[in-house]
Each structure stands twice: as C-alpha cells, then as structure tokens.
Ligand binder design. Structure first.
Ligand code: ADP
Ligand code: MG
Length: 316
C-alpha cells in the first residue's frame, strides 16, 4: 500500500529536471549542484490541528506544504530546485493522497521544483517538506545585515490570511482574496531573486510581521520603527474588519508569506525597480534604528497601544 501511495504521488508530481541524476526509487536522491553555486536547504512541518484546521482541503494542504518552504527559499534569495516529501497519514487514504499531490504539483510546476524523494509512514496526519535551492556563492540573503538608517520594506499586503482564519473561526465566510492568501500563499520567489545584491537583510513573514522583523533585528543587532499607517493592507481586509483589528492582523497575524527586507534608504528607487521587474509590489513601512526591539508608531510618532493580538511583548 505504501508503494501504491508513493507511485500515486510520483505520477502526479512528475516535474523533470536535468540536474536530477537519481530521483525517487533508490535509497536517496543524487542531485547535480551547478559549479559556482551553493545549496540552500530548509524544512517545514505542518501538523493537523496545529498548523492547519482538520477540514482543510487536501489540495490546499499539498500546495501550502510546499509554499511555506519555497517562501523560506525566497527569503534567502534562492532559486528553488528540488524537494523531499515526508508524509505521515492516519490511514492509506488514496483519495487524500491524490488530491494532496495535485495541489503540491501545481505549485511545484509553477516553480520547476522536482520531487526527488521522501518518506511515507502511518501516524497522526503530518507533512514535512524539505526544499533545496541554489544561490551564487556568497549571494544568499540573510537576516543579519540590517544597519541603522536602512529602510524597512514588505512585499504584497499583510493580515489577509490571519483575517481569513479569524473569520472562519467566527463562522463567517471570508472574501475570496483573504481565503486564497490562507490556503494558497504565493511564495515570493521572483522578489527574493530580484533583491539579491540590494537587500541588506531579508526574512519571510510567517509568524507575523512584528515577530519576524524582530528576529531579523536580533540577528542584525538593531531595532526597528514601523509606521502603522504605512502597513499595506488589501481592500478585502479593510472591508472585513475595523481599523484597529486590521492593524493587529497586519502586525501580528501569521501566514502572510510575504518578504520583509531592509535596504539603505538611498537605494529605494533601485528596490522599486527590481521588484517591479519581478512583478511584485513592495511598501516602505519603517526604518532600522540603533538599539533593539520593534516598535509600531502612529501618525504622530507615538508608540501604538497593544492590540488584541497581544504583540506588546515585542516592543522594548
Ligand atoms: P527506504 O525504506 O529506503 O527509506 P522507502 O521505501 O521509504 O525507502 O521509499 C522508496 C522511495 O520512494 C525512496 O526513493 C523515497 O525517497 C521515495 N518516497 C517515499 N515516500 C515518498 C513521498 N511521500 N514522496 C516522494 N517520494 C517518496
Ligand atoms: Mg523510508
């Protein structure tokens, strides 16, 4: 049965790449890393009931399990190439596996990612994807390069996925745009590639802007000030929630899978041009300062009172 499931996955996720010397079927995959490139590797696990609601469509789960990993590669400025899939299933459910593989394949195809192996086991539903990409030697974007005076940017819009999740929990049907951001996040691969050589630091926003920018600040040994009124929000979000809730969702909601990055303020035009070329928008949302901690400021420059989401402990 295990092998029928593996075949079902392999049949559907059949992206071929010349740099796969040996794919699914042996004890391990053999991959050709091009000369002059470094391998970039990451893994993320999604556990049922923890990282996704139990009634999530398996197609969406397949997409998202790869998307969260490609988002990590995007944040490194890496070009995705290969993935491993470790699936733990309560039962050998062929329908679930087929649907899961379809969703996974859709995103894998879009970014030319070959599935080169994995593991299939029985247990509580859990999915671990390991993704690999490549960067020119020394070219990876990192969290630790932000300097006082740099401008802080974020791609796309914030809070949409968290808004959708909150509405679902409240028994409200979210607008399509919000639902799509929750179930089918688009990893910002092109933006990450475009930011190589421009961004001083970069991180993907998965746990909420304040938390993730906080990680980049710690790694860089700096602090940050955010202009709350500058946070990019979709009209779908602002139509669904009051202003304060939107701000909370944008600052602290998770699952955005946008890139938050810094660059010298003088390079703002270059940033805008590079991202426009990558077909991605970015908004300047604040600045890097000496010290530590991330503070969100109102239009008058006063720190914003903690919101419902309870993110106050990120300010110092
Ligand atoms: P082993 O017992 O040597 O670990 P398995 O029987 O688990 O090998 O797997 C057989 C082959 O199928 C291996 O090449 C493995 O990488 C691949 N594989 C197993 N599960 C998956 C999966 N969920 N997705 C893709 N490839 C898989
Ligand atoms: Mg095995």
């Amino acid at each position: 049965m295990e092998f029928e499931l593996i075949d079902a996955i392999r049949m559907r996720v059949n992206i071929r790449r010349d740099d796969v010397a040996l794919g699914v079927g042996d004890d391990a995959a053999v991959l050709d890393v091009p000369a002059g490139r470094q391998l970039v590797a990451c893994a993320d696990t999604l556990v049922a009931g923890v990282h996704f609601p139990l009634d999530t469509a398996p197609e969406d789960l397949g997409w998202k399990s790869l998307a969260v990993n490609l988002s990590d590669l995007a944040a490194m400025g890496a070009e995705p190439a290969w993935a491993l899939l470790a699936l733990t299933l309560p039962e050998p459910d062929a329908f679930l596996v087929a649907a899961f593989a379809e969703g996974f394949a859709e995103l894998a195809r879009a970014h030319d990612v070959a599935l080169v192996g994995g593991d299939t086991t029985q247990g509580p539903l859990s999915i671990t994807v390991t993704a690999f990409g490549v960067v020119p030697v020394g070219g990876a974007l990192r969290r630790g390069g932000a300097r006082a005076g740099d401008a802080v940017f974020v791609t796309g819009t914030l809070g949409d996925a968290a808004g959708a999740l909150r509405q679902l929990q409240d028994g409200v049907a979210p607008a399509e745009r919000l639902r799509a951001k929750l179930s089918r996040p688009e990893p910002r691969i092109a933006a990450g590639l475009a930011l190589r050589g421009i961004a001083s630091a970069c991180i993907d926003v998965s746990d909420g802007l304040l938390a993730d920018l906080g990680h980049a600040c710690v790694a860089s040994g700096v602090g940050a000030e955010l202009d709350a009124d500058a946070l990019p929000m979709s009209s779908a979000l602002t139509a669904a929630f009051d202003r304060a809730t939107c701000r909370d969702l944008a600052l602290a909601g998770g699952d955005d899978y946008e890139l938050c990055f810094t660059a010298p303020a003088a390079r703002q035009t270059e940033v805008a041009a590079a991202l426009a070329q990558a077909g991605c928008s970015a908004t300047r949302i604040g600045r890097i300062v000496a010290g530590s901690g991330v503070r969100a400021l109102d239009a008058a420059g006063n720190p914003i009172a903690p919101g419902r989401a309870g993110w106050e402990h990120f300010a110092t």
